[in-house]
Write a protein that binds this ligand. Structure first.
Ligand SMILES: [Zn+2]
Ligand SMILES: [Zn+2]
Length: 265
């Protein structure tokens, strides 16, 4: 979840509606208080709780047309009237949060990443991408906090005996997922910018561990000498701590983000 004092946005809904409601509660948020659910893409691990959540609570769903279409096809969300369609590459506002959208390479119909701006604070959000294009890196240059997937450890994925070869190929492809090393590379590119915190997520259950992901990224950052970067690895089993992004201004307009991540599979 991304929030300011005036706005609460959920990114994707990849847990059961019950779990989503439970975890929102743990952040002190009632589902009816959500100003919107923002979709990155239509894969099940990002949308499976949406149908029930949106049937119970009239939360607007923000998605691009192709993603909305794909989600509607596969669920009863067809009856949901509260779709807000955006064009990939555009930016729009939800209350006091400006949402920038950009395409990411992934095997979905029109997958996107986000950069959120409120006051002087900003947050980048990229999960589910095979590699980071130049444009993605440019879009993330100004962010203070970055949420990025560290999906797998390359060696563990190669050794994995459970996944058939085509699945491994898909994961490693340019429309698959970022490995720990690949994510570390993206973070390194952003270090000259404003970034001061990185949250890792979307870890594969059996081809990665939080320790491996953190260590790989930490090693890469240390080599550059920029050791004051805060690193955190989110897990599927529980909500992350709340992160404040940027400085809290006095007065009623607070440019802070409070995040609790619901990382998907
Ligand atoms: Zn995913
Ligand atoms: Zn995906």
């Amino acid at each position: 979840m991304v929030a300011t004092d005036h706005c609460k946005i959920l990114i994707d809904g990849g847990l059961s509606a019950r779990q989503i409601v439970l975890r929102l509660e743990q952040c002190g948020v009632m589902p009816e208080q959500l100003d919107g659910v923002l979709l990155t893409h239509e894969h099940g691990d990002h949308v499976c709780g949406l149908e029930v959540l949106c049937r119970k609570f009239a939360v607007p769903i923000y998605a691009n047309a192709q993603t909305a279409e794909a989600v509607r096809c596969e669920s009863a969300l067809d009856q949901h009237r509260n779709w807000r369609i955006f064009r990939t590459g555009t930016e729009f506002k939800i209350c006091d949060i400006t949402v920038q959208t950009f395409p990411v390479p992934h095997d979905a119909v029109d997958p996107v990443g986000f950069a959120f701006y409120a006051g002087s604070s900003s947050l980048g959000f990229i999960t589910d991408l095979g590699y980071a294009t130049k444009m993605i890196v440019e879009r993330l240059r100004q962010v203070h906090t970055l949420v990025i997937e560290t999906n797998h450890d390359e060696k563990l994925l190669q050794k994995d005996s459970y996944r058939p070869w085509p699945v491994k190929q898909r994961i490693m492809s340019r429309h698959g997922h970022l490995s720990n090393n690949a994510a570390a590379g993206v973070i390194e590119e952003l270090l000259p910018g404003k970034i001061d915190r990185v949250v890792l997520g979307h870890l594969s259950r059996d081809c990665n561990t939080p320790e491996l992901a953190l260590q790989t990224v930490r090693n890469a950052i240390n080599k550059t000498g920029k050791i004051d970067i805060e690193l955190f690895c989110a897990t599927q089993s529980e909500i992350s701590p709340r992160f404040r992004i940027g400085e809290t201004l006095h007065g009623d307009f607070q440019s802070t983000f409070e995040n609790a991540f619901f990382p998907a599979a």
